[in-house]
Design a protein around this ligand. Structure first.
Ligand SMILES: NC(=O)C1=CN([C@@H]2O[C@H](COP(=O)(O)OP(=O)(O)OC[C@H]3O[C@@H](n4cnc5c(N)ncnc54)[C@H](OP(=O)(O)O)[C@@H]3O)[C@@H](O)[C@H]2O)C=CC1
Ligand SMILES: O=C(CO)COP(=O)(O)O
Length: 347
């Protein structure tokens, strides 16, 4: 089956590889002609995955039409900020038999929308068969080396999720389904905020105790917001929640962790992002979630501390002090949150 993959960064290339390993006919779109040539002729994607050999069967193109015509399955893997313009470009090529899968992780500042909501908005009256999200603990660098990886796919219907599960599943890439689209998208997007914070913690030299605290309390505030938005709290204990939080907060591959680390050692945000040269979704998502939490009156102290560092010039040690100096709390909220017995706003 022909599958169009939009976005030839690290994750688009890695997911193309999984699909090519499963004998699908993969056409990978890049906006740069020289990158299409590099992939087709040298079988490499040096900027994003140095040392990786792109499978022969993957064809790259800088022609959007060539990539997306004559297929019913389209995978979007562009940064969150490029989702709307990409869906706009897709409109002439899609219809009621199109399955739109996205594998991006972010929330849009200004609108506080999840990615599937942004896609729906851009589709307007245009109907597609299904919108499916693929999320979970999965760094491109390991997927390309065919290291064991598990992810979750979610859609409004179980049948749509199962079709996508079937497309991706193989011996090294295990795919679960989950009906909770809101929870899956929220978990995948918000763990990037906590990973930035943990990178910062490590850059400051604070150690493992604080890291464990940030992960645990980070998951609590992710679940707190998710529940308010209608997610199943138990989703946050699954692959797209706790699973992705663990990998992003502990892996050397995480761009969010690396950016946070640099900030913790005293670099300015602008310099960090320029040096990184890859998408660090947590920065815009922190802004979006700060706005959303304020609007919904959900207490998210770690996100707030991060927001102050990223956008209000607060120094990381001061932000850490702010978190440690908060009023006394009781941990029992976690029980009601994760047992699903209440949508507590307490932190
Ligand atoms: N990397 C990973 O391991 C994982 C990433 N993700 C998510 O996947 C999404 C994509 O990330 P990833 O592949 O890692 O990012 P990278 O930084 O590796 O690559 C970004 C890609 O997006 C392209 N791009 C940037 N801006 C635009 C635009 N305006 N229009 C079209 N294309 C654009 C870039 O093109 P160019 O090179 O021309 O600038 C490049 O191909 C993110 O939401 C990320 O959170 C999810 C799971 C794992
Ligand atoms: O989502 C990811 C792993 O599951 C990728 O995280 P980073 O963007 O921090 O590298």
């Amino acid at each position: 089956m022909k599958i169009a993959v939009i976005g030839a960064g690290s994750w688009g290339t890695a997911l193309s590889t999984v699909l090519a390993d499963n004998n699908h006919d993969v056409v990978l779109w890049t906006r740069r002609e020289e990158q299409a040539r590099e992939i087709n002729e040298e079988r490499s994607n040096y900027k994003y995955l140095p040392g990786f050999t792109v499978p022969e069967s993957i064809r790259a193109t800088d022609s959007f039409a060539e990539c997306v015509e004559n297929t019913h399955v389209i995978l979007l893997v562009v940064p969150t900020k490029a989702i709307r313009e990409t869906v706009q470009r897709l409109l002439p090529f899609i219809g009621e038999d199109t399955t739109l899968i996205h594998a991006s992780k972010g929330i849009e500042p200004g609108t506080s929308k999840r990615i599937s909501e942004m896609i729906e908005e851009e589709l307007g009256d245009k109907k597609v068969q299904s919108i499916v999200v693929l999320s979970g603990p999965s760094h491109a660098e390991e997927v390309c080396k065919r290291k064991p990886t598990t992810v979750t796919v979610s859609s409004e219907t179980e049948e749509a999720a199962e079709r996508v599960q079937e497309l991706f599943m193989n011996e090294q890439f295990r795919v679960y389904t989950n009906h909770d689209l809101i929870g899956v998208e929220i978990g995948g997007a918000l763990k990037n905020i906590i990973a930035l914070g943990i990178g910062m913690n490590d850059g400051l030299g604070y150690g493992d105790n604080a890291k464990a605290a940030l992960m645990t309390r980070g998951l609590a505030e992710i679940a707190r917001l998710g529940v308010k938005l209608g997610a199943n709290p138990l989703t946050f204990k699954g692959l797209s929640g706790l699973g992705d939080l663990i990998v992003t907060c502990t892996s050397q591959h995480s761009r969010n962790w690396r950016a946070g680390f640099k900030l913790g050692t005293g670099y300015e945000l602008e310099d960090v992002l320029e040096e990184m040269g890859m998408v660090v979704e947590g920065v815009r998502t922190t802004k979006a979630v700060h706005e959303l939490a304020k609007r919904l009156q959900v207490d998210m102290p770690i996100t707030e501390a991060l927001y102050d560092v990223l956008f209000n010039g607060k120094k990381p040690p001061e932000a850490a002090k702010q978190l440690m100096g908060r009023v006394r709390k009781n941990e029992e909220e976690l029980a009601s949150l994760f047992l699903g017995t209440g949508d507590s706003d307490r932190s």
